[in-house]
Ligand binder design. Sequence first.
Ligand code: GLN
Length: 293
Amino acid sequence: MADAPQIPTVWTNRALLNWTTEYLARKGIESPKIDAQVLLAHVLGCKKVDLLVNFDQQPPEADRNRFKELIQRRVNGWPVAYLVGTRDFYLLTFEVTPAVLIPRPETETLVAEALAFLKPKSAPAVLDIGTGSGCIGISIAHQKKDSHVTAIDVSPDALEVAKRNAAKAGVADRMTFLQGDLFAPLPAGATFDLIASNPPYIAGHEFAGLQAEVRDHEPRAALDGGADGLAFYRRIAAAVGPYLKPGGKLLLEIGSTQDESVRGLLAAQPDLEVGPTLKDDAKHPRVVTAKKK
Ligand code: GLN
């Protein structure tokens, strides 16, 4: 094979990283260098920076074999976060399993807005609908120390992950986890200062064009927003009013093309006033905001 990378005789960290970076790139992986570093650091139980400091170290064969297995699964489409079992989000590291959506940097826009709104409030009540890994609710509880956060998910497996993440972040005593569909598990009369959600929002016709690593590995229930992608926004818009305190805020993450539709759904509710839509770091519309009148 003329284009195969040369096999080194001694497998140092440097040689492993160089060879793997080239291999992943040839297999069409988008961020081959970072992926190689993250996977090797995971196998060796060290930080990425330690790999570079110890460039000439030779990992034992058992570690090299585990690394090789991970590389193969990566090439087969497994997301790095599931291979290493964690993903950094906002200021915390979250455990992730294939039962939960991998937290995305776009969602940090929602968390930052939530925290800005909650800052002047004392002991606010917060609701995170479809909490998944818990990244939204837990980040809020972690940064707003007198908040109480209720986190709901329909998936019991996701809730187990979220509960472990809450315990790890030291916020479990200020959180309530409920299993069920949207608002269904809430006690009668429950109201909140802030309700946040990053609901499933992929439309049926979009699945075919989705990145294979998302489509084939992340939970379908966390992605599938029904035929037009708006099913959950429709249901949330229709039901949310009574759960918000007067002046309470609703923050909904959206797909970048859904701004107008979701604003329309919220504007149709007489007790809601639609606010500005926030953009993510890539300048795409990402978080629709509304207030309870
Ligand atoms: N709330 C979680 C997140 O933002 C899960 C969202 C989902 O599964 N749609 O990552």
